[in-house]
Write a protein that binds this ligand. Structure first.
Ligand code: CO
Length: 134
């Protein structure tokens, strides 16, 4: 199995429009999409940079997982996502090496199969793995 690239970096924000004032307007990054994703309880903006992108996440409800995260930790880095060529093999490898996983098996995400490694197993950073749909 191979890590192909940093797929995206997700930042949780209180207000997407205010955050776009920085990332789009001040930094001049292009925004390819702004979308509400009720099933993940977020409103998202996608800002590609090179082979990766920044995702800005605004929780839709304060009582959701990500809403509680924002209330507890404040705005900031939520997770990084690594694209892998074979997510099953990557998870099996991590398990064999004793990593702390949130998802032992992949689930279907917006653009492919995803799984999360617990921050406790990744030196304080929530790490998402994605195997993009062909
Ligand atoms: Co993500």
């Amino acid at each position: 199995m191979t890590i192909k690239r940093i797929d995206h970096i997700a930042i949780v924000v209180e207000n997407l429009d205010r955050a776009l004032g920085v990332y789009r307007d001040a930094l001049g990054m292009a925004v390819t999409d702004v979308r509400e994703m009720p099933e993940q309880d977020v409103k998202m903006a996608f800002l590609p940079s090179g082979d990766s992108e920044i995702e800005l996440l605004e929780p839709l409800h304060p009582d959701s997982g990500i809403g509680k995260y924002l209330a507890k930790r404040g705005e900031g880095l939520h997770h990084i996502c690594l694209e892998v060529d074979d997510i099953e093999a990557t998870l099996a490898d991590l398990k064999a090496k004793g990593s702390q996983l949130i998802d032992e098996t992949p689930k279907q995400g917006a653009y492919g199969k995803i799984a999360f490694i617990h921050p406790k197993g990744a030196h304080g950073v929530l790490v998402e793995l994605v195997q993009r749909d062909a």
